[in-house]
Design a protein around this ligand. Structure first.
Ligand code: SF4
Length: 460
């Protein structure tokens, strides 16, 4: 019975618990990697269909899906795929066994006292469907070889539309008087749909259960959630940002190419291990913009906020006590929580117009630093460029972005020993970094070509 109507019973060792979770995660990976994953899932002993370990893994995942709305989506998708794989492997006797078990378990569950009416509704539907399908004529009909892929309408099942909502959403079926008519060829699709409805309802009703509350607070169960969370972050992080792919271990070297606003926040962070809330928001978005993956970003903030904050830092929070909040905040910026908005770094204009509070270090240094502070910072970064530094300090009063452009040109010159030939333009700190990086690599290619010299015609 693959609908997991009944939770597992008996005792399970903690290490087996972990194995159940790991194998199910690997199974999800295999299903998504390989369209023909039936052979792969056979290798997992914790996924032997309807075994106590299979149910343990499913119910642990269900608990985590109850807590995390994002994981809920992954859970529902993959459990449906797993069910489909199993249904596709069934032979005649397996289908009969599957229907009989589902009927038996539904009858047992529907009589329980504490079942919520919406879930009970699903048990009654399963009883009705299985009873009709176990009819010898129907069963013989659906397992006939000629039946596969045909548009046969020999038998039709009728199901209230709200119990197979996913079929309605995709307009895959006929709707008549509030009932969906399912042709006998579509019985597997019907089961996938009603299974999804059942899981959604079961997840919603979990909030009323005292046992669920106890379970999600159990330290052993929470430790398995960590395994799911880490695996999930790892995969999502690697999917994102393949476009830019910033190697976080090079951040110190790369910071030489950061605009002064981002470099300033990075230096404050290195010195105090903390940033104010708004500065952390801006620096996180900058990191995202230059191509740092979610996984690397989480690691970066965890490493930094696990260190002791310095006496002059404006924030004394630490990672351990606020982990959930920090993870949520960073995932939110990557569009994986809440409104799933795709946040991008704010513009130079915004930073320049910003009125900084006493706790903030952000903004645009060409606008917010006083002359002596800015001079000190620039002289350190651009040694032996005193005149250029004074021009920047003069220009920034009228036009901070122009001063930043001069800074860009000087950094380029120091790194490449060349003057920049192109006209540069940027409207936010990420564009600044990406443009400078592009021009430096273009320059090194040009220099390499020049070093080789012109190749004569016919020369090998
Ligand atoms: S002009 Fe823009 S990129 Fe340059 S320091 Fe100011 S905010 Fe940053």
């Amino acid at each position: 019975m693959t609908f997991y109507l009944k939770p597992p019973r008996g005792l399970v060792n903690l290490h087996v618990f972990q194995t159940c979770v790991e194998e199910r995660l690997n199974c999800y990976d295999n299903i998504n990697r390989n369209n023909n994953a039936d052979a792969e899932i056979c290798n997992f002993h914790c996924l032997v269909e309807d075994s106590p370990l299979d149910r343990t893994g499913h119910y642990l995942f269900r608990l985590y899906a109850y807590l995390s709305t994002d994981f809920r989506r992954i859970f529902l998708e993959n459990e449906k795929k797993l069910l489909l794989l199993r249904l596709l492997c069934y032979k005649k006797e397996d289908i009969k066994y599957f229907l009989k078990r589902l009927l038996k378990h539904s009858k047992e569950c529907v009589t329980q006292d504490n079942v919520h009416v919406t879930v009970k509704d699903m048990y009654l539907l399963f009883i009705s469907l299985c009873s009709q399908m176990l009819n010898r004529e129907y069963l013989n009909h659906i397992i006939k070889e000629v039946h596969v892929g045909s548009e046969c309408e020999g038998f039709t099942l009728k199901v209230p539309f709200y119990q197979c909502a996913s079929l309605i959403v995709h307009r895959e079926v006929n709707l008549k008087n509030g009932f969906v008519e399912i042709k006998c060829t579509d019985w597997k699709r019907l089961f996938l749909s009603v299974y999804e409805t059942y899981l959604r309802r079961a997840l919603t009703e979990m909030k009323y259960s005292q046992n669920v509350r106890l379970a999600v607070n159990d330290v052993r169960i929470r430790s398995t959630f960590k395994v799911i969370q880490n695996h999930w972050f790892k995969n999502e992080g690697s999917e994102n940002d393949s476009r830019l792919n910033f190697n976080i271990s090079n951040i110190d070297a790369e910071s030489k190419l950061f605009p002064l606003c981002a470099l300033n926040l990075y230096k404050v962070l290195q010195k105090t291990n903390r940033l104010s809330h708004n500065d952390r928001f801006d620096f996180s978005l900058y990191m995202k913009g230059i191509g740092i993956s979610l996984r690397d970003s989480l690691k970066f903030w965890e490493n930094t906020y696990t260190r002791q904050h310095s006496s002059c830092s404006k924030c004394s929070h630490n990672w351990k006590d606020n982990e959930k909040r920090y993870i949520y905040g960073i995932r939110h910026l990557y569009g994986l929580e809440g409104s799933r908005k795709n946040y991008t770094v704010r513009s130079c204009n915004f930073f320049q117009e910003k009125i900084l509070s006493a706790t903030e270090d952000g903004g645009c240094p060409f606008k917010h630093f006083d002359d002596s502070n800015l001079r000190q910072v620039l002289q350190k970064l651009l040694p032996s460029k005193e005149d250029d530094v004074e021009v920047m300090i003069y220009e920034r009063k009228e036009n901070p972005s122009l001063a930043c452009k001069l800074f860009y040109e000087n950094v380029f010159k120091i790194i490449t020993d060349n003057c920049i030939a192109d006209n540069i333009s940027f409207s936010n700190p990420v564009e600044y970094y990406l443009s400078l990086k592009k021009h430096i690599s273009k320059n090194s290619i040009d220099s390499a070509i020049q070093a080789v010299g012109p190749v004569a015609v016919g020369e090998k």
